[in-house]
Design a protein. Structure first.
Length: 760
């Protein structure tokens, strides 16, 4: 008789009930992780109402408002008016914001709105921050209009309530172009250098719960405040640990670098509309706005009344949700729990060996071979994406963030289960079910140890499933009459944590990186062999994974049939108009690998030789365009000393921004605008697939900017200067996009670019 961890018939009802129980656990966890119900405008005055906040969005979130745009100015005026009417002291900070990345220096003239309400006996500042600018492609109702409207509704709901601490609202400008407004606030404004507790609100989608996804270091006190006082607190410390490892940033980054401790919130579902024209009021989930605002109001009240010194702690906390309840524990427990999971696993192996259910060689085979289904699941997920992108090349322009990804995500999950099942069936005769089940648990336990060392906030998602599964296995061996119950209970926490994490990874990374979510699903599947053993047939067991492959194919086919582009869920396309003012030659340019029919009306080939020097970046399609009359950028040399070149740059009437592409690498850039303090940033590295140095200035004033470049080496310096204007209104014969397309997020998408090339 084959060795089995549980002596029950494989087709027994117990196994089916166990699987149904785990499915119910997964479903319950998903249901309790949704956004809040929006409150109507008739809600009590002291509560946050999404419908009242929407009235503000209707005033400013109906058109794009990028930095330096007339719509941005109108929005700013409206915000100042509303905050002053609420009794706050309001000022507009005009400054030059700056940021640097590889080979690039970004600047912008920002106009931050700063509002303050003094506390009665302040122990510090509670700073609530959001940005009022939007991406140039859309009205930004969610990113970040929802948070701005929530701030206005929060101030109204606070009314005349006395707060102990100072309350400061920062409505920043230029976030979309490199967190420019927050950088300028942190560098120049007295309130930006004073420190305190920061609550920053963002969006990377148009729906979903408001997640607390990032914190400053030593967050235990803030996490405790959040868990106890926020209504329906969402998020977990895995997001914090992962975000700290990524290069992404929001306004939270420069503000915490300036000395604030704090928490960062965002909703991320339906991210296919992020940074597009569909980030609109029509698409925004009112429940997400309600969740943002209710969290903001509750924390403003709590922190506003707290001695802020007590909100600090000397360590981080682990936190996560289980059926709507926020669980937290201090960082010092991370290592003991990780080691305890290994100890419980060792105890399970010892008891199973004593009962001759496994041997050490077989256990080693189960553990070492466990890497195979993990790798196979990642390969299968990425292969599925490659197949989908090959069938429908337009998916590449979405970056894997599809409009209706549900069927595809289910296909990835099924393929992952198939990968684990094939591994299990292939080795269960040679190794035995018990050795495979115990050996598989070594992987989440080992990942828990790894995270304890390098990303402590994420350790729980591996440590706790390994621990509870090992304890469930011990219960099954030591309490024979409760074997099925013990195994099901032991696997329940894995069913709560890992599928939820996989869903978050899918939402955040999309199908283009579906292998990351598949890896999480595979780790969950590795906790299931003891229960799967109950229901797998004795013979022809490989029919089950074969049926899984067929099901995955059917799901992928269903996804392709359902996920089609239309006016509600449009495709994306990149198109720019580029005029070389030196040669009076113009081209349409697209970076789409497979342009849709509308875009192919403008671009027909791959010849980039007619583009201005240094303009082409990566593979492009081009087509001839009429040369319009447009003001070209003007550069006046102000002097050169050694490797330092000083210039006066003007973009021309109507242009909102200017970009300088330099033929040689740059190491330092200073930007000086009349009326603002000059700003210098160091630059390292070079830009890829174009001229190596680049400088951008967004929201360029009419009088221009003085740019000082340090360009190592001798000899003359050549640069192409690009004046950028939103839209193609001046181009004769231009036909607007059809309703099933929106502009993509490439930096020159939807822009009229007029260039001149200079040599100094």
């Amino acid at each position: 008789m084959r060795e089995r961890l549980i002596e029950v018939p494989r087709r027994g009802r117990a196994g089916l009930w166990a699987l149904l129980a785990l499915a119910a656990v997964i479903l319950t966890a998903a249901v309790t992780n949704g956004a809040m119900r929006p409150l109507p405008a008739s809600a009590p005055g002291g509560e946050f109402s999404a419908e009242r906040a929407v009235r503000h969005l209707e005033r400013f979130a109906t058109e794009p408002r990028p930095i330096g745009s007339p719509a941005g100015e109108r929005t700013r005026n409206y915000l100042v008016e509303q905050l002053r009417a609420a009794g706050l002291k309001v000022e507009t900070q005009r400054a030059t914001g700056a940021n640097a990345s590889k080979g690039l220096a970004s600047f912008g003239q920002v106009h931050n709105v700063v509002a303050k309400r003094r506390g009665t006996a302040s122990t510090g500042t509670v700073l609530i921050a959001a940005h009022y600018d939007s991406a140039a492609m859309g009205p930004g109702a969610s990113d970040d209009g929802a948070a701005v409207a929530a701030m206005l509704e929060t101030v109204r709901a606070l009314g005349n309530t006395a707060l102990r601490n100072d309350l400061v609202l920062l409505l920043s400008d230029g976030e979309e172009d490199g967190v420019l407004g927050a950088e300028a606030f942190a560098r120049e404004h007295p309130l930006g250098r004073a420190g305190g507790v920061l609550l920053n609100f963002e969006a990377r989608g148009v729906a979903g719960p408001s997640l607390m996804f990032e914190t400053s270091k030593d967050n235990a006190g803030l996490v405790r405040t959040f868990a106890r006082n926020a209504p329906q607190p969402h998020g977990d410390s895995t997001l914090v640990a992962l975000y700290r490892l990524l290069p992404n940033n929001t306004d939270f980054t420069p503000l915490t670098k300036a000395g604030f401790s704090g928490m960062n919130f965002a909703y991320i579902e339906r991210s296919s509309h992020y940074h597009t024209a569909r980030d609109s009021l029509a698409q925004m989930d009112r429940g997400s706005l309600q969740h943002h605002g209710s969290t903001m109001l509750a924390l403003a009240r709590t922190l506003g009344a707290t001695d802020l010194a007590t909100a600090r702690a000397g360590h981080d906390a682990t936190y996560f949700r289980v059926f709507g309840v926020m669980v937290t524990y201090p960082q010092w427990l991370v290592w003991p729990l990780a080691l305890l999971s290994m100890a419980a696993l060792a105890a399970l192996a010892a008891v199973a060996r004593r009962r001759r259910l496994l041997s050490l060689p077989r256990l080693a085979l189960g553990a070492v071979s466990g890497v195979l289904p993990l790798l196979l699941s990642v390969v299968a997920a990425q292969a599925l994406w490659s197949l989908l992108a090959g069938i429908r090349p337009a998916y590449d322009t979405l970056g894997g963030l599809l409009h209706r990804p549900g069927a595809f995500e289910a296909a990835v999950a099924v393929l992952t289960m198939v990968a684990v099942l094939v591994w299990y069936l292939a080795l269960r005769r040679a190794s035995g079910p018990c050795a495979l089940a115990v050996g598989a648990l070594i992987w989440p336990a080992a990942l828990g140890i790894l995270c304890a060392a390098y990303a402590p906030g994420a350790a729980f998602v591996f440590t706790l499933p390994a621990l509870t599964c090992a304890l469930g296995g011990l219960g099954a061996l030591l309490l024979p009459r409760l074997r099925v119950t013990a195994l099901t209970a032991g696997t329940a926490l894995s069913a709560v944590l890992l599928p939820a994490l996989a869903g978050t990874v899918f939402q955040g990374m999309g199908l283009a990186l579906g292998g990351a979510a598949a890896l999480v699903v595979a780790l969950f599947a590795l906790t299931l062999p003891p229960i799967a053993e109950l229901v797998l047939p004795e013979r022809a067991a490989f029919a089950v994974p074969a049926a899984g492959v067929v099901l995955a194919g059917a799901l992928a086919g269903t996804g392709l049939a359902v996920d089609r582009f239309d006016a509600e869920n449009p495709g994306r396309t990149h198109l720019a108009y580029v005029l070389d003012a030196d040669r009076r030659r113009a081209h349409w340019v697209s970076a789409d690998p497979a342009p849709p029919t509308w875009t192919r009306r403008f671009v027909s080939g791959h010849d980039t030789t007619g583009l201005p020097p240094g303009y082409a970046r990566g593979p492009l399609r081009t087509g001839p365009a009429p040369a319009v009359r447009a003001a070209a950028p003007r550069v006046t040399p102000l002097g050169r000393s050694g490797d330092t070149v000083r210039l006066r740059v003007r973009a021309g009437s109507g242009a909102r921004s200017v970009t300088l592409r330099v033929e040689r690498p740059i190491t330092q850039v200073t930007a000086a605008v009349r009326g603002s303090a000059p700003v210098t940033v160091p630059v390292t590295g070079t830009r890829a697939r174009t001229w190596p140095g680049e400088v951008r200035f967004r929201g360029l004033p009419l009088q221009g900017v003085e740019i000082t470049l340090r360009v190592p080496g001798t000899g003359r310096v050549r640069m192409t200067v690009i004046a950028e204007t939103d839209g193609f209104r001046a181009v004769p014969g231009f036909t607007p996009m059809p309703s099933d397309l929106v502009a993509s997020t490439r930096e020159d998408g939807g822009l009229t670019a007029v260039t001149r090339t200079y040599t100094f």
